[in-house]
Design a protein around this ligand. Structure first.
Ligand code: TNX
Length: 764
């Protein structure tokens, strides 16, 4: 919530706050230059929109306001074509070529008498209009009339333009086809956020989704897979498939329609045709394009990196050039994305043809062969007046001369490309992979992995670690939405928003102009716009999160945190449902026994979590065999009071590969011990096996362990992954040291090294 006084001195800020009627500006992305004011411009039945004859090109922008107000307020504003400088109660939209805010910038003045939107181009006017929508009451986004609203805009002065020219989202329709209506909705949402690129990932191992007239089998065969893996790669043993055919593709007519739709919203669509890897679907249709033409290629039914890739034969180049010859005219933008990522070289290594070619072209290895491949395609695309974009792997073996690089494996590819004076688009998986979890994986719908909460997405600075010279090559940023685990548009919306809203702000506001707390407060109003637009965004923005810590007396304290600063938290510790008459949360809660904290917030969120207080909590322990470096680096995970609830939170577990898992906990003094338990994982597909047996022993001196209880761990090999508890009941023993020894079974039935995963040793 940027307030009237945001840029004033502290003293003025104080005075204005006292007036209690501050204007509130919930603008996202927040404008580059902004001054608030007092009072408001009220839209009423007499309000006119002015667009003069010379600016007729801006009429569609004016019309969008008329339409929205007509729908939400039943007001029908007329467009007038003559303007007098002193006219009141008008919204005047006009072109000003000398504005100096670039082709996407605009200037907006809202006073009590009139609103003036000035821009050099219709695109700038479009963005100015998005700001007008956000200044109006949120109900202007309503698809049905809303009563009892004053349709007013708070007074302000704005001069705005984006930081980056590329502000995008990538949508993967290769893994799951998404209907045309949804692609249009996605474009609408990009535009609402002043984003201007849809990178459309149209082909992958699991589906080819664009009609190519010369090669009908691409869609007849390549757009359909016979079934899909159930759950994650390792979730079931053996892996399970759903037996349901998945298909779908876009005809060229549909694509033209979508491109036209996007143009009206100033969204450029960059098509991606993957090569030389991620080609299983194409090879299923045309096996002669692979290095083993007699192989039975199939449209892939599971996820991951496949070894079925295009063979760099003349036949393949002819095919790809024919495909591009049909693709290029459909998409009027400058760029064609040719993929280039994750191309295993196995098939090329085994192929006599490839090895010959490497020799003939005097290449060093298969990486240089890939580089030759991409350079040849680039030449072709350039000859059609277009430029290529490729994933950062195209740097390996030498980057094609005019290529733009998309840095996805972190930021190093981007920096490397900029050093070589190539343009870059930053889409690092470390910040912008919207297929990663955005909240606790144990409570979220299945996702690919990782953990990227919105605050981390927001925090990313695209120019970090680039030198000032290298920064000039950054075209912009983009969130990537890979859909392996997003079979429906609803799930895509859930994963994309509101994290993409954070990306939109990073892409737009000047360097150094962001503030997460302020953003989070504005976002609370912004999601109401999303409600009107029927977007299934993640409500995690409202969530309460618990962070545990120990005070200096060694007591466990729970801190309740939330992203927005102006809602309040009320909680109970006795299991009762909380209400606004429960205790208000003001400081960390100290716990001395196993407790369930239940909380609500005035923003409508609910929270519930059980905290395990046990005798070993916060106590130190030692390993007989240290786990791999970086795993449990602080030696805290096994006694931190947080009991991992799901194998998906891999960071909560301690993994020990190829060895017995043995720890000794020191309670600090001899204490009564009645029960000791620990959890182990079974993930057969990943060679994570429970121990063959677990021995839990007690000692007073750390040397002589008595009363050891050894237990076999029983489980079934087949079935889904599992958490297996082991409990040793000591009734009335006393001890200072507790030793847990879990025996590694050695080799799996298929001869692989076994990993043991354990979490929280709970001592009662
Ligand atoms: C890597 S990012 C891929 C995609 C996957 C994604 C999953 C990139 C260029 N390739 O094929 O869908 O990881 O996060």
């Amino acid at each position: 919530m940027k307030k009237l006084a945001f840029f004033f001195t502290l003293c003025t800020l104080h005075l204005t706050l006292l007036q209690a009627q501050d204007n509130v500006y919930n603008l996202i992305p927040f404008p580059a230059q902004f001054n608030g004011g007092e009072g408001q411009f009220v839209v009423n039945p007499q309000t006119k929109i002015i667009v003069t004859a010379k600016d007729a090109g801006l009429k569609p922008i004016a019309q969008s306001l008329i339409n929205a107000l007509k729908t939400a307020s039943k007001l029908t504003l007329p467009i007038a074509s003559t303007a007098t400088p002193t006219a009141k109660n008008v919204i005047y939209i006009r072109q000003n070529k000398a504005l100096g805010l670039g082709s996407e910038g605009y200037k907006l003045l809202v006073s009590a008498d009139r609103v003036i939107l000035e821009t050099a181009t219709p695109q700038g006017a479009f963005y100015g209009m998005q700001t007008i929508f956000q200044l109006l009451p949120t109900a202007v986004f309503s698809p049905t009339p809303v009563e009892n609203i004053t349709w007013a805009m708070p007074v302000c002065q704005i001069q705005d333009k984006p930081r980056f020219v590329h502000r995008g989202l990538m949508l993967d329709v290769g893994r799951y086809f998404m209907p045309v209506s949804f692609i249009k909705k996605y474009i609408d949402l990009l535009a609402v956020h002043k984003m201007n690129v849809l990178h459309w990932h149209l082909t992958d191992d699991q589906g080819w989704r664009i009609e190519i007239k010369k090669y009908p089998k691409l869609t007849q065969i390549g757009s359909k897979r016979k079934e899909t893996l159930v759950g994650q790669y390792s979730e079931n043993y053996p892996q399970k498939f759903d037996g349901k055919e998945i298909g779908g593709f876009y005809t060229q007519a549909e694509i033209k329609d979508i491109v036209k739709y996007a143009q009206a919203k100033y969204v450029t669509i960059i098509p991606e045709i993957e090569m030389p890897g991620h080609a299983s679907a194409a090879l299923a249709a045309y096996p002669e394009l692979g290095c083993e033409p007699t192989k039975k290629y199939e449209v892939a039914t599971k996820w991951g990196v496949m070894t079925d890739v295009f063979c760099p034969t003349e036949q393949t180049f002819t095919f790809l050039q024919d495909v591009l010859t049909e693709v290029i005219p459909l998409f009027p933008g400058k760029y064609i994305h040719i993929g280039g990522d994750e191309c295993p070289k196995d098939a090329w290594q085994k192929s006599a043809f490839c090895q010959e070619l490497i020799k003939k072209l005097n290449l060093k290895d298969e990486h240089e062969l890939q580089s030759y491949f991409i350079k040849r395609i680039e030449k072709f695309v350039n000859s059609k007046g277009r430029a290529i974009i490729g994933w950062d792997e195209i740097l390996e073996g030498g980057v094609a001369p005019n290529a733009t690089v998309m840095s996805w494996r972190g930021i190093k590819g981007g920096i490397e490309a900029a050093k070589q004076k190539h343009n870059v688009i930053m889409t690092p998986n470390t910040y912008y992979y919207l297929d990663y979890y955005q909240a606790n994986p144990a409570k979220e719908p299945l996702a690919i992995g990782g953990y990227l909460p919105i605050e981390k997405v927001y925090e990313y600075d695209p120019s970090a670690e680039f030198s000032p010279e290298e920064q000039k090559y950054i075209l912009g940023v983009q969130g990537n939405v890979w859909t392996e685990y997003m079979p429906t548009p609803q799930q895509v919306e859930y994963m994309t928003f509101p994290r993409a809203t954070a990306i939109a702000e990073v892409a737009w506001v000047p360097s150094g102009g962001k503030n997460f707390e302020d953003f989070a407060t504005r976002l609370k109003e912004h999601v109401k716009r999303m409600d009107y637009l029927k977007v299934n965004y993640s409500k995690r923005i409202l969530d309460v999160k618990a962070v545990t810590q120990f005070n200096n007396q060694g007591q466990l304290q729970v801190r309740l945190e939330k992203l927005d600063s102006d809602s309040k938290i009320y909680y109970t510790l006795d299991g009762k449902e909380p209400s606004t008459s429960s205790t208000e949360y003001v400081m960390p809660i100290t716990l001395d026994k196993i407790t369930t904290i239940k909380a609500i917030t005035t923003a409508g969120a609910r929270f519930e979590e059980k905290f395990f207080i046990h005798r070993a909590k916060g106590k130190s322990y030692t390993y007989a065999n240290a786990p791999a470096e970086g795993v449990d680096a602080d030696r805290k995970k096994l006694t931190d009071g947080q009991v991992a609830q799901s194998p998906r939170n891999s960071a909560e577990w301690v993994w020990m590969s190829g060895k017995d898992f043995e720890i000794t906990i020191d309670l600090g003094e001899v204490k009564p011990v009645t029960k000791v338990s620990a959890n182990f994982l079974k993930i057969i597909m990943s060679n994570v096996f429970p121990p063959t047996s677990v021995e839990i022993g007690l000692s007073r001196d750390g040397e002589n362990f008595k009363d050891a209880i050894a237990q076999p761990v029983n489980y079934q090999l087949e079935g889904p992954w599992q958490i297996l508890p082991v409990v040793a009941d000591f009734k009335t023993a006393r001890a200072r040291y507790i030793r847990v020894r879990a025996k590694n079974a050695g080799k799996s039935p298929s001869g692989q090294t076994i990993t043991i995963a354990m979490d929280e040793v709970v001592v009662d």
